[in-house]
Design a protein around this ligand. Structure first.
Ligand SMILES: [Zn+2]
Length: 110
């Protein structure tokens, strides 16, 4: 079995870290760099949730009242940037820009 993912994985896809309280509206959003500076690169998501406590309402992560997760939209944005770079290499800037500008429309197509 592979080891559980740590906060250092946020850097791989440039994902922000979200920490949401499930009992009150308190939410945090940290850049990967800020998350690692605050909690350490070797901190796992599972452990981080377990040790957190909401400063507004005292909800505890170890009671499953706090969610800790990487931003999935940041992951997709990273994938888009990678694809854009490949398109520039293969078809040139103009074609890549055409793809980039049309990629929102692709989301609506089935
Ligand atoms: Zn709270």
């Amino acid at each position: 079995m592979s080891s559980p993912p740590t906060l250092s994985s946020l850097l791989t896809y440039q994902q922000r870290l979200h920490i949401d309280c499930c009992r009150c509206p308190h939410k945090l959003e940290l850049t990967p760099e800020a998350a690692i500076a605050t909690f350490g690169a070797d901190m796992t998501f599972v452990r981080l949730r377990r040790i957190l406590r909401c400063t507004e309402c005292n909800a505890r992560g170890r009671d499953r009242e706090i969610s800790v997760y990487p931003d999935i939209n940041d992951y997709y944005a990273w994938c888009d940037r990678q694809k854009y770079a490949r398109e520039v290499e293969k078809y040139g800037q103009a074609e890549a820009d055409r793809w980039w500008n049309g990629r929102g429309a692709n989301l609506l197509r089935q």
